[in-house]
Every structure is written in C-alpha cells, then in structure tokens.
Design a protein around this ligand. Structure first.
Ligand SMILES: Nc1ncnc2c1ncn2[C@@H]1O[C@H](COP(=O)(O)OP(=O)(O)OP(=O)(O)O)[C@@H](O)[C@H]1O
Ligand SMILES: [Mg+2]
Length: 379
C-alpha cells in the first residue's frame, strides 16, 4: 500500500501524529494512575486522536489496563446512554461470545438484559433492557466499570467522546449528579470525558454549580504550534518522495492558522498539485482548489446567517479589536453594543466563530479565507 503523505478526517495515527508530547505524557499518567480527566478543545483540534494514541502507548507499557470507548454523538437520552455504556463495557472487557454472555450473567443481577449476538459472533453484540427497570435502577450500569475492573483485577479507563450531549437529556442536571456520585467512588475504573462543543463542555466542567465541576484533571488542548508543524510537513514530504522548503512548510501552517485538521488538508492538497519540489504557486493553487471544493457549503453557511452576523464576520476578518466601539459599530453596521453580545453568542452557538484569548476567531481558517476573498472580494 502507498504511504499516505498526510491525514485528515480520520484519527491521526502514529506516522501522522505531530507533537502533543506533553499532553500525551500527562494523559498517560492520568490513565495509569486512575485519575479522571476532562478534555476540552474546539472542533477538529485532535481530542479523539490524542486519547486513542495515548491509550495505544499505555497498553504497550502496561498489560493490565483496558480501554472502553463510548461515543455519544447520537445519544440523546439517559436510557440510550445506559445501553451504550453497558454494551461497550462488556465488549471492551471480554472478546468471545461465550465470555460476554458469562459476563452479563455475572454483572447483572437486578437488570436482566436480552442479548443479541451476530452469527459471526465477533463484532455485533447488543443488549436491551426494559425501560422501566433502567429508570428504576440504573446503578448496576453506573457501577459496571468498577465492578468488572475489581472482579477481573484490572484497571478500566472509560473514554466518553461528545460528552456534552448529556446536556441535551431531559433532567440533565439530576443525571449528572447521579453519574458523578457513582463515578467519584470508583477506584479501579476512571473516566476520560471529552467532546467538541467547547462552550457546552465549559458549562458542564467549568461551572461551580454543576456536578462535574472539578471532576478530574482538566486539560485544554491547544492547536499545534508552527514549530512542530514545519518539521512534520517537511518530513512527510520527504518520506513520500517529494521536497518542501522550510518557509513553504511554514506558509502552509500559517495560512491554516495551525489548525490541525486544516494544516493536514492543505499540506495534502499541496502535495497533490506539486511536482517533486513544492513551489509557492503550488500552495496558492492548492488553496484555490480547496476553496472551489468548499464554495457551495460555505455559501450555504453564509445564507443561514443574519445580516448582523455577516457584518460581525466582516469585522472579524478585517482585524477589528474593539467590537463595541462606536466607530466599529458604525463602520460595520452592527447596531448597539448590547446587540454585539447576542450576535457573538449566536455565532459561537453555530460554531462559526470561537473565542480564543478573548478574541473572536473563525473556527474554520479556510472559511475565513473564502469569506475574505470570495465573499468580501478582497485580497
Ligand atoms: N497530533 C496530531 N498531529 C497531526 N494531526 C492531527 C493531530 N491531531 C489531530 N490531527 C488532525 O486533525 C484531525 C481531527 O482530529 P480528531 O478527530 O482527533 O479531532 P477532534 O478534536 O476529536 O475532532 P471532533 O471535534 O470532530 O471530534 C485529524 O484527522 C488530523 O488530520
Ligand atoms: Mg473527536
């Protein structure tokens, strides 16, 4: 198989994994010591890749540890959550069909699930519960990780992605209280909670009045710095039979504002268009090609914005710093300064912008370029 120069859209594996050394060490040590972790960053900055990569490293060093992954991207109710958790924990801690059936018998006393197993007996494994039982006594599932870990004399790390979705459950607060009151007593199981809606997660983890406040060691994942991207890009070009100079590698990361997904994407596109030696015009062509691919989507994104929201984006693009100054309000037609707050919140909610170091930034650096060049017709 050909070596892929760059990777975007799927988790960054070993050869596409750039830096994150400090984060990897910290997370490994949390996993090994059973310290709960909450991990927050903006979309596509590399949370899932970091968690999986760390798990791989930990498993190499320590045999007696199991990882269970739960993704809540399509989970919208407490009951669905319990079912997922039960299924994934059994799957992660036993492999053969007979073992799984045995585990269900051992670990469920009050809740009696029915088991679904596919003919090939490997991948498919489902559990279904009576909804009434789940509502009445979910404790067996909430403590399942701890009970399995204790019985099997192992450690279990439960990694829950898109954790912010628990905020959508009815009675979200009492559910969170229930989770926390169980999980904080666990000694053999620990939890790594992360997700992509930064503002929702900050509400769950960073709000003193919420149950998950200070639940564990808090990590905020930053973008990857240019000083790590540059050697990575040069190395990947070399590995795959092409060459790129340091200034050009720097240009790729700076055009994409060091955004992990987009740096990989532009590097790949540049690699695709260039000959044996990448040139500056190749990067320009690559950007144009990407903009062309994205234009329908970006146009639709703008169509869904109000005039005021579009004006706010124009101000962001133009490098405005003081959004509520009279001059800005007038120049960009932004109404009153009270209005600015609402517009900002709405754009954050839509994930069009993100606040970094107190400054609004486009979440997608390519969209910013599109907005500036194509929409505002500036260069
Ligand atoms: N350490 C890394 N080195 C290089 N590229 C990375 C790294 N981490 C992430 N990426 C790039 O970013 C992309 C998104 O990574 P990942 O899916 O891990 O992010 P995420 O924060 O979990 O995203 P989402 O918010 O969509 O869940 C990857 O496909 C990869 O291209
Ligand atoms: Mg992810």
């Amino acid at each position: 198989m050909d070596i892929r120069p760059f990777n975007f859209g799927t988790l960054a594996g070993e050869e596409h994994f750039c830096n994150r050394i400090i984060e990897l060490q910290k997370l490994s040590s949390n996993f090994r010591m059973g310290i709960n972790t909450t991990l927050v960053s903006a979309r596509r900055w590399g949370k899932s890749s970091l968690v999986e990569m760390t798990a791989k490293h930990v498993i190499k060093k320590e045999k007696n540890i199991r990882f269970c992954y739960i993704d809540l991207f399509n989970t919208r109710s407490e009951q669905e959550f319990y079912v997922q958790m039960a299924q994934q924990l059994i799957k992660a801690t036993s492999t053969k069909a007979e073992e799984r059936i045995e585990a269900v018998k051992t670990f469920f006393r009050r809740l009696i699930p029915s088991i679904g197993i596919s003919p090939d007996q490997q991948q498919e494994f489902t559990l279904s519960f009576s909804m009434k039982d789940l509502q009445r006594s979910p404790d067996e599932i909430l403590d399942l990780a701890e009970n399995i870990a204790k019985t099997k004399k192992t450690k279990i790390v439960v990694c829950i992605d898109e954790f912010q979705n628990i905020g959508y459950f009815t009675q979200a607060l009492s559910f969170q209280k229930k989770l926390r009151s169980h999980w904080q007593k666990h000694k053999h199981a620990s939890y790594c909670l992360y997700g992509s809606k930064k503002h929702m997660l900050m509400d769950i983890f960073g709000n003193v009045s919420m149950p998950f406040y200070r639940f564990g060691s808090f990590m905020f994942l930053e973008k990857i710095d240019a000083r790590h991207w540059i050697p990575y890009i040069i190395h990947r070009f070399e590995k795959t039979g092409k060459k790129i100079t340091e200034p050009l590698a720097k240009q790729i990361s700076s055009l994409m504002e060091n955004h992990p997904y987009h740096v990989q994407q532009l590097a790949q596109e540049t690699w695709d268009v260039c000959g044996k030696f990448a040139k500056s015009t190749d990067i320009e062509n690559a950007v144009t090609r990407l903009l062309r691919q994205m234009t329908i989507l970006y146009q639709r994104e703008v169509d869904l914005l109000s005039n005021m929201q579009v004006n706010f984006l124009k101000a962001v693009c133009s490098g405005v710093e003081k959004f509520s100054s009279n001059e800005t309000l007038r120049e960009f037609n932004l109404g009153s300064s009270a209005n600015i707050k609402r517009v900002r919140e709405a754009l954050i909610e839509k994930e069009v912008i993100d606040i970094n170091n107190d400054k609004p930034e486009f979440s997608d650096p390519l969209f910013k370029i599109w907005f500036w060049r194509i929409y505002m017709q500036r260069w």
